[in-house]
Design a protein around this ligand. Structure first.
Ligand code: FAD
Ligand code: UQ1
Length: 450
């Protein structure tokens, strides 16, 4: 891809930058769009869409590159959440309040926070529109809008959450309902679901099952609990090494797994869940529950789906090694909203942020991106109140483990890392742009071993 010419930085030079773009004829097929620009009053060298894990992390890194005053983030929410801890909130092991901080406190100092929703992307004119009617232009765009939760695709939801016995760790509104349902459980079916779509943190739907089982054991309710994992998938986990370990736990703890079972309806007033059998079209099954944990169907944010930056499935269409957009060279994507063919996690975002930082730096200097993302992602599979299997793997679903021991074994040390070290690392290093994943640790540990 042909990189673009660097543009002047600094607020006073923004107007100049706009005129220069309009006045300078550009050559090369991929540069056409850089000659066009909307008549926006607001212009930034780097515009970041979304102030979640990827957006804040990249804004911190870009601030170091181009100066805080040349970076803006578009994000409507007043609070920023560390979502990975919701698994433990749903199981009563952490408080919900510990998972959120004011967005204002995580926006890098000096970076502009545009408190609005992105309503439209216009990459051909290098600008976006917000729901408040603002038009903002940019030189470089980073799309970090996350994945959209589509509870309404299940009949009876989200209104069913008004009833007891049902919860979902995937939303700040329903995660505490999981813990309530666990505490209220007396006897019967405890059902955990996995939808028929891509999801973020593909381990989370089953982590809460293991925690629930441990809770029932601790409170003497286990003999009266029938624990069921109904998953749309055909396997328990995508990486054989960890799947084998999980299947052993499932066998030991007497958990029932039904593959290719997709939740399509919740009759919360009657405590019934309806599943379709994906292998037998038209066949449905109604199961009564005493507790139901819903992982909702998910998909790309609507605003991306309907924009030119989307691929055919609606995700931001990026190069899987450089994270640069495949058609708009000044557009980049990170995290859950992209079509990167890896598991969508904050750990993946951390690794991607280091790569994207390098990619953008080189593009800004008219050079070709060299650093290549290997698909690194990680999923701390919480299997009890003091046990974690730390899955780490790459694009090829091959284990890419950091530590010099077998991570497919349940460990207390990995639980402590998940519950206490990771939140610290997230708030203090990742969001400040100083954590690009554990690759350096992996090299260090494995060097020590050889
Ligand atoms: P997000 O962090 O979700 O940020 C997206 C941002 O975009 C949000 O702030 C949102 O408000 C904003 N936005 C959306 N639409 C618009 C719009 N139109 N305009 C402007 N802004 C918009 N990851 C791990 O690594 N380890 C784990 O153990 C783990 N466990 C998890 C457990 C649960 C229950 C959940 C829910 C997630 C878990 N994750 C885990 C996944 C992790 O939280 C996500 O993968 C990560 O947050 C993705 O970052 P992101 O920036 O792509 O999206
Ligand atoms: C990680 O880097 C990360 O991002 C901050 C997570 O998200 C919360 C993780 O869960 C994990 C496991 C990692 C990987 C880090 C190490 C030290 C293995």
């Amino acid at each position: 891809m042909t990189p673009m010419a660097p543009v002047a930085s600094g607020p006073r030079l923004r107007l100049f930058a706009c005129f220069r773009r309009l006045a300078t004829p550009q050559a090369g097929p991929l540069q056409l769009h850089t000659g066009a620009s909307c008549a926006a009053k607001d212009h930034y060298d780097v515009l970041v869409l979304g102030g979640g894990s990827g957006g804040i992390t990249m804004a911190s890194r870009m601030k170091r590159k181009v100066g805080a005053e040349n970076v803006a983030i578009v994000e409507p929410s007043e609070r920023h959440f560390y979502q990975p801890i919701w698994t433990l909130v749903g199981a009563g092991a952490k408080q919900l309040s510990s998972s959120g901080r004011p967005t204002a406190s995580v926006i890098p100092a000096g970076v502009e926070w545009i408190k609005a929703k992105v309503a439209e992307l216009n990459p051909d004119k290098n600008c976006i529109h917000t729901d408040s009617g603002k038009e903002i232009s940019y030189k470089y765009l980073i799309v970090a809008l996350g994945i959209q939760l589509n509870y309404e695709k299940i009949k009876g939801l989200p209104e069913g959450f008004a009833h007891p016995k049902i919860g979902s760790n995937y939303s700040v509104k329903t995660v505490e309902k999981t813990w309530k349902a666990l505490q209220d459980f007396k006897e019967g079916n405890a059902i955990f679901t996995f939808p028929n779509t891509p999801v973020k943190c593909a381990g989370a739907p089953q982590k809460i099952m293991y925690l629930s089982e441990a809770y029932f054991r601790k409170t003497g309710k286990r003999p009266k609990a029938n624990i069921i994992f109904n998953t749309s998938l055909g396997a328990i986990f995508g990486v054989k090494k960890y799947a084998d370990a999980l299947l052993e736990i499932i066998r030991e703890r007497d958990l029932t797994v039904n593959y290719k079972h997709n939740l399509i309806e919740v009759r919360a007033d009657k405590q019934e869940a309806v599943f379709e059998n994906l292998d037998k079209p038209g066949e449905t099954q109604v199961i009564s529950y005493e507790m139901l944990h819903v992982t909702p169907p998910m998909g790309p944010p609507d605003v991306i789906k309907t924009s030119p930056v989307a691929d055919a499935a609606g995700w931001v269409d990026v190069d899987k090694e450089t994270l640069q957009h495949r058609r708009y060279p000044n557009v980049f994507g990170i995290g859950d909203c992209t079509n990167l063919p890896t598991s969508k996690t904050a750990a993946a975002v951390a690794a991607q942020s280091g790569i994207l930082d390098r990619t953008i730096s080189l593009i800004m200097k008219n050079q070709t991106p060299v650093k290549k993302y290997d698909g690194y992602t990680s999923c701390p599979l919480v299997t009890g109140y003091n046990r974690v299997i730390l899955a780490e793997f790459d694009y090829n679903s091959q284990p890419l483990e950091t530590f010099p021991f077998d991570q497919s074994k349940e460990r207390l040390s990995m639980y402590l890392m998940k519950a206490d070290l990771m939140p610290f690392l997230y708030w203090n290093m990742m969001l400040r742009g100083y954590w690009g994943g554990p690759a350096f640790l992996r090299k260090l540990f494995h060097l020590g071993m050889s």
